[in-house]
Write a protein of this length. Structure first.
Length: 132
């Protein structure tokens, strides 16, 4: 398992350009993935049981994205924080940084720092991680 403290994160460009619109929170990877299962886009990364697919099972266009995140982790490069939101079906959607979020979760990271829209603050109360 990867130690979250050893990972360098930088703010996503959306957060940098409009800081008043986003909050920085740390979410439970398990809770987010459980909600993300109902996303129309989850099939690319999640299997029918809601588990993150192995590299070989990912669609061809998604494999390089995961490999790039794993390479960045190995090299100590900074990762952009994913941007999450609540979709029209009241589930979590990963607006940007899906490969970062799901690769970290697949590698065992339990709590992941992300950006969320200020307007979704109340909707994310159940996803925010209780950190040790």
């Amino acid at each position: 398992m990867i130690n979250l403290k050893s990972i360098k994160f930088i703010n996503h460009q959306a957060r940098q350009s409009q800081p008043e619109r986003y909050l920085d929170v740390t979410v439970s990877a398990e809770a987010v993935i459980s909600s993300y299962r109902t996303s129309l886009f989850s099939f690319e990364w999640l299997d029918a049981a809601g588990k993150i697919k192995d590299l070989a099972a990912l669609p061809e266009k998604e494999r390089p994205k995961r490999e790039n995140v794993e390479k960045a982790l190995k090299n100590g490069a900074a990762l952009e924080k994913p941007v999450l939101g609540i979709g029209i079906q009241d589930n979590v959607e990963i607006g940007s940084g899906r490969a970062v979020f799901l690769t970290l979760a697949a590698l065992g990271v339990k709590h992941i720092p992300v950006h969320i829209p200020v307007t979704h603050k109340d909707d994310f109360k159940t996803f925010i991680a209780a950190l040790d």
